[in-house]
Design a binder for this molecule. Structure first.
Ligand code: XUL
Ligand code: CO
Length: 438
């Protein structure tokens, strides 16, 4: 008990008719959907950074939240207090998982040795906390973007000494993730990109990134970590161009370095929309390439062109996302991390609960909708008939490599028919989705 959340009772499932804002209306963890409890489908996680490391400051103003552990230097005592508060929150919410960056949890460090010592000290404490709690680690990650040393990137820095510091952080964080039983390890390339092409050797930086990722994979196998490694795509912010801009780009990069069977993706909706993609497009691209891993659930704001990291609230979008996640086989080592922060004016301690409760209820509703859609799968049936031509005859022969371009062309000449148009039935399918969102 940290004392910080003492006024908040443990959050319970009370059902859709409850008027209690501090209760789950839909997230009934043990309820069976498609043969599995909701909690096992969703594997919901809270993130450490937005929930416990941010005091509400923005570029125009100071912190607005009362977070005593953030009021002074981030020394060992403050890191310990933060950990107490975080686990108090997880326990009251009944949170199955959490995610962290190394620098979120530890006392601040300047030198490599200090980093190793301070991180090791807090990992011991995290392990003790986890032993006394039901909250598990979903994934860990190293922060290679906040410290000024990383202003020109971690793996893609022009100075190999900076990359060596990054290697030290990743090595220790990957080992800690393994030790704490995490099921994934994330690499988000926040500054693995550039601000101006005038000072940047793109080809050189890609080579550095390719080798760095390969080293991470080699180390994973060396230490026997059985979880997954995921790259988190994002097109820009903080840098103008980030190399891991979206799922398709990440797949091309993985193929180039022979890593497509070793590394998957952690998809974030607000990153997808910043890249000009929809959330469901990114999920389906990952399914198509067989690199789907995990999700950082959040949303942007259509009027703002940056990563606002808000808690999700669009049931139609979440239903569709969960439909495609389930169609791809659902989460395995991955899960639903809320990489989301409450707004700067949400300054009460209980606002953190409202954000997570709303997000978890929304995911549970989306999951139930998606499961119903799959039961009588009108979208699948429609697509099956739409693409039926590719299962036999000319379509099958082309796909199985039996026809050359000339033979395909000859087949068109031989039949000499102008193919009939076939309706895509967009409105009918959109109506179907609208009616499936309950
Ligand atoms: C930044 C972002 C990160 C990653 C982890 O946009 O999403 O918090 O999730 O480094
Ligand atoms: Co994220």
């Amino acid at each position: 008990m940290s004392g910080y959340f003492d006024h908040i009772e443990k959050i319970q499932y009370e059902g859709p008719n409850s008027a209690n804002p501090l209760a789950f209306k839909y997230y009934d963890p043990k309820k069976i959907v498609m043969g599995k409890p909701i909690e096992e489908h969703l594997r919901v996680a809270a993130c450490y950074w937005h929930s416990f490391c941010w005091d509400g400051h923005d570029i125009f103003g100071a912190g607005t939240f009362d977070r005593p552990w953030l009021s002074g230097p981030m020394d060992q005592a403050a890191a310990t207090q933060k950990l107490d508060v975080a686990f108090d929150f997880f326990d009251r919410l009944g949170q199955p998982f959490f995610c962290f960056h190394d620098t979120d949890v530890m006392a601040a460090a300047e030198t490599p040795r200090e980093h190793v010592e301070n991180f090791a000290a807090i990992v011991d404490q995290i392990e003790a906390k986890m032993d006394a709690s039901s909250t598990q680690l979903l994934w860990g990650t190293a922060n290679l973007f906040s410290h000024p040393r990383y202003m020109a990137g971690g793996a893609t820095n022009p100075n190999p000494d900076v990359t060596a510091f990054g290697a030290l952080q990743v090595k220790h964080c990957l080992e800690a993730t393994h030790r704490l039983g995490g099921s994934g390890y994330v690499l988000w390339g926040g500054r693995e990109g550039y601000d101006t092409i005038l000072n940047t050797n793109v080809g050189q930086e890609m080579e550095q990134l390719g080798r760095f990722m390969t080293m991470v994979v080699e180390h994973k196998h060396k230490i026997g970590f059985k979880g997954d490694i995921w790259i988190e795509p994002k097109p820009h912010e903080p840098t103008k161009h980030q190399y891991d801009r979206d799922v398709g780009t990440v797949y091309g990069f993985l193929k180039q370095y022979g890593l497509e069977k070793e590394i998957g993706v952690n998809i974030e909706p607000n990153h997808a929309t910043l890249a000009g993609n929809s959330f469901e497009h990114e999920i389906e691209m990952a399914n198509a390439f067989d690199i789907f891993g995990s999700i950082d659930f959040n949303r942007g704001d259509p009027q703002n062109g940056w990563d606002t990291d808000q808690f999700p609230h669009d049931l139609r979008e979440i239903t569709l996302a969960l439909y495609y996640i389930l169609k791809g086989g659902g989460f395995k080592n991955g899960g639903s991390n809320f990489d989301a922060k409450i707004r700067r004016q949400s300054s009460d301690a209980d606002d953190l609960f409202h954000g997570h409760i709303g997000g978890m209820d929304l995911l549970a509703r989306g999951l139930m909708n998606a499961a119903e859609m799959i039961e009588a799968d009108a979208l699948e049936d429609f697509k099956k008939s739409r693409y039926a031509g590719w299962e036999s005859g000319l379509g099958e022969q082309m796909l199985s490599g039996k026809l050359s371009l000339s033979e395909m062309s000859d087949a068109a000449l031989k039949g000499n028919v102008s193919p009939a148009v076939m309706s895509g039935k967009q409105e009918m399918l959109e109506n179907y989705l609208t009616n499936a969102v309950k």
